[in-house]
Ligand binder design. Structure first.
Ligand code: ADP
Length: 433
């Protein structure tokens, strides 16, 4: 292992892993910190945590455990992956985790940049833009857990550091590597790092408005023990380890079996994808929370699995779809009967049990739509690590796992709600892996 990555949420981890694979690295994503010391024959490992909105002490504890595991595995550089909209609150968790990792690694200087130009996240003069608007004017300002009301990342990060939170004025300071350096050359960025260090700056927000900026930045951070970024910076790091883009890194072991889709996402993109699948005559079973009431989930699960087996024996190549995906009015109707949390949790449990039943009956290529739904399915399938393969659509790669339930191997694509083009399901199964 060369590069060790710590991601503060699950789909963010996959997004980072996907970018590393595209830049030529062989990558495994682990679900949480593995408890074994197995050495993995890959270039990078991304440890997926669920630490974005937990209490800061908990995020620090998890992140340090991940950092220690990665370093034991041979990682020479640690990449702390945060959201491309820098999702956090004045308490953290980006600042506290970054400071704890700096202490752990004895690192006196690092950078932070959420820039991901391919996804319209750019940083200029330390200000984060989402598309053409400032972060603070984007939808993120109304986020239920991490409302982002200030686009000035130097200020946002400074507010999260221990020294600021305790009201002191000694301690780490945040500065800026602006576009005059990142737009020029790795040497200019290096000179700016040196100047900031002389001024006593410990963490630098770095501007990046296009991929060339990220490549220059990638070269400049070569010797830093720690970097903090969205998934964008990943495109510029593999070259530091003498790795160049090649299709080989994305090649996954072949699998033999049936194909299925489980969809619990109610996002606009997923609704369109389900509609398109039905329009094309695909085999599908809908789960309506209003009809579930006291239904026996185990019985429903067995019934759906038996239906899938009948479909596969009629046409073994065809994927089956099981979905609770519904338009906003239907979601509101379900939530009028029980709390949003209860409806969601029940459906996640049910869909995860269905995914498990389908794999038990021979499904070996499985698409799951929905971030939370994916988390529930991965857990129900007993998956602890995923090898990352070829991208189907931006941010959604095929992955390979070999859990106890399917020791011969299983391919999975975990699609977060709004990702993927309208014909995603058809193309996913047509795509080579
Ligand atoms: P996304 O990535 O699109 O946000 P998630 O899986 O993260 O998808 O979240 C969708 C949530 O909505 C889950 O908790 C899921 O169980 C719930 N859900 C799915 N279908 C319905 C429905 N028909 N009515 C109400 N809630 C639903």
């Amino acid at each position: 292992m060369k590069l060790g990555c710590i991601a503060d949420d699950f789909t963010g981890a996959t997004d980072l892993a996907n970018n590393l694979v595209r830049a030529g690295m062989r990558v495994v994503q682990t679900i949480g910190v593995p408890d074994d010391a197995a050495t993995l024959d890959v270039d990078a490992v991304v440890v997926a945590l669920k630490s974005r909105t937990t209490p800061p002490e908990d995020a620090v504890r998890q992140s340090l455990a991940a950092c220690r595991w990665l370093r034991r595995g041979g990682a020479t550089q640690i990449y702390f992956k945060v959201c491309s909209t820098f999702d956090s609150t004045p308490r953290g968790n980006i600042g506290p985790v970054l400071e704890a990792l700096m202490d752990e690694l004895g690192c006196d200087f690092t950078i932070a940049t959420p820039a991901f130009p391919d996804n319209a996240r750019t940083v200029f003069k330390g200000h984060l833009f989402v598309g053409d608007v400032l972060l603070s004017e984007s939808g993120m300002r109304d986020h239920p857990l991490t409302p982002m009301t200030d686009a000035n990342l130097v200020r946002v990060l400074q507010a999260q550091l221990a020294t600021t939170r305790s009201g002191g004025n000694a301690g780490r300071r945040v500065g800026l590597v602006d576009h005059r350096a990142t737009g020029a050359s790795a040497a200019a960025i290096g000179a700016r790092f040196a100047a900031l260090r002389d001024e006593g700056v410990a963490i630098a927000i770095a501007d990046a408005i296009d991929n060339d900026d990220l490549h220059r930045l990638g070269e400049a951070v070569r010797d830093l023990p720690l970097v903090c970024a969205g998934s964008g910076l990943a495109i510029g790091l593999p070259r530091n380890f003498a790795i160049t883009a090649s299709g080989e890194a994305a090649t996954l072991p072949a699998v033999q079996g049936f194909s299925a889709i489980v969809s619990g996402s109610c996002s606009q993109a997923t609704n369109a994808q389900v509609t398109e699948f039905l329009r094309g005559g695909g085999a599908a079973r809908r789960i309506d929370p209003l009809e579930l009431a006291d239904a026996d989930d185990a019985k429903l699960c067995a019934d759906i699995a038996a239906w899938a087996v009948r479909e596969w024996s009629a046409a073994s190549e065809r994927p089956v779809l099981v979905y609770s995906t519904a338009p906003p009015q239907a979601v509101a109707a379900a939530q009028a009967q029980a709390s949003a949390h209860d409806v969601g949790a029940r459906l996640e449990r049910l869909l995860a049990a269905i995914a498990r039943a389908l794999v038990e009956r021979g499904a070996r290529r499985l698409v799951v739509a929905g971030g939370e739904t994916s988390g529930a399915c991965v857990q129900a399938l007993g998956i602890e690590r995923l090898r990352i393969g070829r991208q189907i659509d931006p941010g959604v790669p095929w992955c390979h796992a070999a859990p106890t339930l399917a020791p011969d191997g299983l391919q999975l694509a975990l699609k977060s709600g709004n990702f993927g083009a309208v014909d995603f399901f058809r193309r996913a199964f047509a795509a080579p892996t």
